[in-house]
Structures are given as structure tokens and as C-alpha cells.
Design a protein around this ligand. Structure first.
Ligand SMILES: Cc1cc2nc3c(=O)[nH]c(=O)nc-3n(C[C@H](O)[C@H](O)[C@H](O)COP(=O)(O)O)c2cc1C
Length: 349
């Protein structure tokens, strides 16, 4: 299934208020610890279904993401080592430290799935309590659990009891506007042995639309002593810096802002360290990185699925080209990798 267009749309984001804010203290520009795992800095890749499989994660890592995360996978499939789940959880040394993300509503199942994540070589297991998709919410999992902070704590405790790697959670602000459960949930997660929190600063009801409210991240950060990362609305390097300054969070988990733009991590890192703005990549550089991602996707998914994914993946990179209009039409005619290589040679220069 390819995600609906409204989710993938890169909506414009409010301009950065960076200039008016105090500098970030140096400790937040450097190493962060989640449990026993050292993370080089706070600029991480947010999990995204149908995007953050191994080829994508490796590209983001190579371009400066400190920590990368698999997409959410049903805990029952992970626990039973379902073939598709294992494929999505393929990991290699090149991406470490990496996070494997699972969802579920039963402590025993979550515990078993967490054990598998550890066995596969992930440094951290993340429990998803944020996903708004109906199928998941309908069975009382993912975002549905933001209405039950005590249940979330039970699930965290069940996982933390059976693994040595840190257990973290991905939360929303609450089920809907006016029902903010994130602070209570975060405190319970910490008490239950959770080692870190990423807060997507929207409610479950909001799904992916509408402005994230970063002040929720500040309030959660103030309520717990484990690391708190925030997510939502970071589209440019300057947004990432503004987010860190405004929210006081330990890190920023970048989602849609890195689609077709892995350079956002280096650019933000440079600003974080007080360096200048890193120049935008040339079209040729964009083409080179796109091709490397696509070639790896052909190996990873096989030609059939990789060809189906091609227009979407390529358009994220091509949207920066002056000839994007033509490219959008041409990509629809591409049937195989040699044709794609030729198109990249012609357009990305
Ligand atoms: C297509 C898509 C798929 C997503 N899949 C997941 C997921 O599997 N697990 C998760 O925790 N969050 C998922 N998210 C949420 C992102 O991790 C991130 O928190 C969210 O997109 C907010 O950041 P953004 O506004 O910078 O994109 C997904 C978001 C998008 C757009």
C-alpha cells in the first residue's frame, strides 16, 4: 500500500524564529544517552511507514542522522517472526545504533516482540502509541492507547523486564485537542522503566495535518528526567534549530522534512554546532544519492516492488529541480533500472 497523498504532502511551515532565541547550550549539541546507548547528537530520523526500511535508513545515516528507526511493525508479526516483518526489520552494522519499532496492546506479545528486536541487533526497542490509522486504533493499539496511560506503562514494564536494550516510546499529545495525556503517560513510562520518549506534537485525532504544538514537548521535557525528543513540522534545518531552542527538547526526530532531502541532517548539525549554513547540494549530487537509494531498493525489494515505488521516491528528490514538471511525466514511463539511470543522467545535472 502506498501512503495517501495528503500524508506525504510537504506543506509549508512557519519561518524560523531562530534569530530571536538564545543559543543552544553545548551539551544539547553533543552526545545524548538513551539508557546505555550513546547517540552522537539529537538529530534523528523519525519512523515512517513505507519509507524507513533499510536502504532509506542507511542513506539518512550516511547524511548525518544520529539515530534511525524502522517503521512500526505489528508486535504479533514480530513475535511470530512473520516473513514480511523480518524483511522490514532487516538491519546491518552500517546503520547502528538503530531502533526497531513495534506496536501492540498485550504485554506478553509486546515482551516477545521486544525480545526479537533485541536479538536482531537493534540498540533500542521503541513502542508505538502514536499511530492514528483506523485499523490499529480500532483494535485498541497505537494511538488508541494515548487514552490509557496506565496500560502504556504496563506494556513498557513488560518489555523492559525481558530485554537488556533500552525501551522507549513514541507518543502523541493525547487522543484529541483538550485531552492531553502526554505528561501523565510520560511520567508513568519513566516509572515503568522507559528510557526515552519521542513526542509527536499533534493529537491522535489530528493525524498528520495541522500545526504541531511544540509547547507540549516542553511540558513533557519538564515533567520527566529521561531524554525527550520531539517531532512534527520540521521541514528545514532552520526549523530543527528553532524547534530545539523553543522546546528545550533533547533531540528532534525529523519526518517528512528528510524525504528527498537527506542533507537536512548535516545542515542542521552545522547550525547546531554554531557553523554556517551548509550549501544546498547540486542537482548532480541529488541525482547520485537518489540513484544509490533506488539501486539499493531494487536489491532490497526486488525489481517488481522497487519499480512500483520508483515514481514516489524519485519525485521527492526531483521536486527541487527546475524541470520537475517534465520529470513527473517522464518517471511514469520508466520500466526498469537502466531506463531510470538514463533519466537521472539527463535530468539531474
Ligand atoms: C508516511 C508516514 C508514515 C509514518 N509512519 C510512522 C511509523 O511507522 N511510526 C511512528 O512512530 N510514526 C510514524 N509517522 C510519524 C512520524 O514519525 C513523525 O512523527 C511525523 O510525521 C511528524 O513529523 P513531520 O511533521 O516532521 O513529518 C509517520 C509519518 C508519515 C508522514
Amino acid at each position: 500500500m502506498i501512503a495517501p497523498a495528503h500524508i506525504l504532502l510537504l506543506e509549508p511551515f512557519a519561518p524560523s524564529r531562530e534569530e530571536t532565541l538564545p543559543p543552544i547550550p553545548f551539551d544539547r549539541a553533543s552526545v545524548m544517552r538513551i539508557g546505555n546507548v550513546s547517540i552522537a547528537h539529537g538529530l534523528t530520523l523519525a519512523p515512517m511507514e513505507e519509507h524507513t526500511s533499510l536502504p532509506f535508513r542507511l542513506i539518512m545515516k550516511q547524511h548525518g542522522a544520529s539515530l534511525v528507526c524502522s517503521e512500526r511493525i505489528d508486535g504479533c508479526d514480530v513475535a511470530s517472526r512473520d516473513k514480511r516483518a523480518m524483511k522490514l526489520l532487516a538491519t546491518t552494522a552500517g546503520e547502528r545504533p538503530a531502533v526497531g519499532q513495534i506496536s501492540g496492546g498485550e504485554p506478553q506479545e509486546i515482551a516477545e516482540a521486544a525480545r526479537v528486536i533485541q536479538e536482531l541487533g537493534f540498540a533500542i526497542v521503541d513502542l508505538n502509541f502514536e499511530c492514528p490509522i483506523k485499523r490499529l486504533v480500532g483494535r485498541g493499539e497505537g494511538g488508541a492507547l494515548m487514552a490509557q496511560p496506565a496500560r502504556i506503562a504496563e506494556l513498557v514494564a513488560a518489555a523492559a523486564k525481558v530485554v537488556d536494550i533500552p525501551v522507549t516510546v513514541k507518543l502523541r499529545t493525547g487522543p484529541k485537542a483538550g485531552e492531553d495525556t502526554a505528561i501523565e503517560t510520560a511520567q508513568r513510562v519513566e516509572q515503568a522503566g522507559g528510557a526515552g520518549i519521542t513526542l509527536h506534537a499533534r493529537s491522535v485525532e489530528q493525524a498528520y495535518l495541522g500545526g504541531p504544538d511544540w509547547t507540549h514537548v516542553t511540558r513533557v521535557k519538564e515533567a520527566v528526567s529521561i531524554p525527550v525528543l520531539g517531532s512534527g513540522g520540521i521541514r528545514t534545518a532552520a526549523d530543527a534549530i528553532a524547534f530545539l531552542k523553543e522546546s528545550g527538547a533533547d533531540g528532534a526526530a525529523i519526518g517528512r522534512g528528510c524525504l528527498g532531502n537527506p542533507w537536512i541532517f548535516q545542515q542542521a548539525r552545522s547550525l547546531l554546532l554554531g557553523g554556517g549554513a551548509v550549501a544546498e547540494p547540486s542537482p548532480a549530487e541529488r541525482g547520485k544519492v537518489l540513484l544509490s537509494l533506488v539501486e539499493h531498493e531494487f536489491e532490497f525489494y526486488g525489481p517488481h516492488l522497487a519499480t512500483r515505488r520508483l515514481p514516489r521516491t524519485a519525485c521527492y528528490f526531483a521536486k527541487f529541480l527546475p524541470t520537475f514538471g517534465e520529470f513527473k511525466k517522464e518517471i511514469q514511463t520508466i520500466k526498469n533500472l537502466p531506463q531510470f539511470r538514463q533519466l537521472v543522467r539527463e535530468r539531474f545535472r
